[in-house]
Design a protein around this ligand. Structure first.
Ligand code: G3H
Ligand code: 13P
Ligand code: ZN
Length: 325
């Protein structure tokens, strides 16, 4: 049975982005696939009073089951209320990298408050047409829509891009006018996963392109995907405990902090969370090889994730303390 996100206590991203733009910070979009990740995200954001976007990929939807996800998100609102002593931080439930109109429609029916239609692998014209179709379906339900222009290097779901195709600033106005999207993901040198730059190269993103885009569409919310920083202390713990992550390099947190002060209103982080959980689990298995109670390794993984995300909202995105502005 279809459900409206408003009945679950969720919000769309419109107000969140307006406030983030005015306050010069970015709202975190953290991916989740299971209860422990969701607990860590809510704990981190409710304790620091940060708004949050709970992000679900197509793969996460398949992994966790869409009905369970709906109740998990609803539970997350009540859990945040408990932590907040009756006050609930703004929580959006967002489809990450929606591949088709049908996926977006199905998510809206299952209580999502925001969807991304990722037409970045299509031609400019087809991207506009598909994005417009999703917007026209979503807006009557007051669901916000994120589109994407430009292609990130690496893997975007099943779409593989060998190299970045940076967003072309001269195309953004036409894209917005043709689609009426609520936010725009751009490609400026970030990429998905833990191997973002070749060793020996300078890990830099193209803030100059971001600023050019901002000039074309002043005040319009920009989204950064692939924004994990790949903390080297986590990579070290993983490798010291049987892991084999070679040349894992991410985006410098200083560059993300800079971007968050601009029109970048949403920053997507998933890989760093995966690293934090994996490091914690590997450590438990090294130190306590006889352990076989999942709570004894998933618990530390959850705690590590919470600490990492607290750090992100306080020191990188700057969203801490802004939930009730
Ligand atoms: O951008 C991709 C996100 O990190 C989600 O990854 O498709 O493996 O769930 P996933
Ligand atoms: P990372 O792989 O850099 O964490 O990016 C996540 C992301 O963009 C989800 O859409
Ligand atoms: Zn992404």
């Amino acid at each position: 049975m279809a459900v409206c996100y408003k009945d679950l206590g969720l919000v769309n991203t419109r107000e969140m982005f307006k406030k983030a733009m005015a306050g010069h910070y970015a709202v975190p979009a953290f991916n989740f696939n299971n209860m422990e990740q969701l607990q860590a995200i809510i704990q981190a954001c409710a304790e620091t009073e940060s708004p949050v976007i709970l992000q679900v990929s197509k793969g996460a939807r398949q992994y966790a089951n869409q009905t369970l996800l709906r109740y998990l998100a609803q539970g997350a609102v009540e859990y945040a209320r408990e932590i907040g002593g009756g006050k609930v931080i703004p929580i959006a439930l967002h489809l990450d990298h929606g591949d088709t109109f049908e996926t977006c429609k199905s998510c809206i029916e299952y209580g999502f408050s925001s969807v991304m239609i990722d037409g970045s692998s299509k031609s400019f014209e087809d991207n506009i047409a598909e994005t417009k179709r999703v917007v026209e379906y979503a807006h009557p339900f007051d669901v916000t829509v994120e589109g994407e222009l430009g292609v990130l290097a690496g893997i975007e779901d099943e779409v593989s891009a060998e190299a970045h195709t940076y967003t072309r600033p001269e195309e953004v106005e036409t894209f917005l006018a043709g689609t009426n999207v609520d936010s725009l993901a751009i490609s400026i040198g970030t990429s998905h996963g833990a191997f973002k730059f070749k060793p020996g190269t300078t890990p830099k993103i193209r803030l100059d392109i971001l600023h050019e885009i901002e000039k074309k569409i002043p005040g319009f919310p920009i989204v950064l995907h692939g924004a994990s920083s790949v903390p080297q202390d986590l990579v070290k713990i993983i490798n010291e405990n049987g892991g084999k992550l070679k040349d894992a390099i991410g985006i410098g947190e200083d560059q993300l902090r800079e971007a968050a002060k601009s029109a970048v209103c949403k920053i997507n982080i998933d890989s760093d969370g995966r690293l934090a959980m994996t490091a914690a689990v590997r450590k438990v298995f090294t130190e306590k090889p006889a352990e076989f109670d999942p709570r004894k390794y998933l618990g530390p993984a959850r705690d590590a994730l919470k600490e990492l995300y607290k750090h992100k909202v306080i020191n990188v995105l700057g969203s801490a303390g802004h939930a009730f502005d």
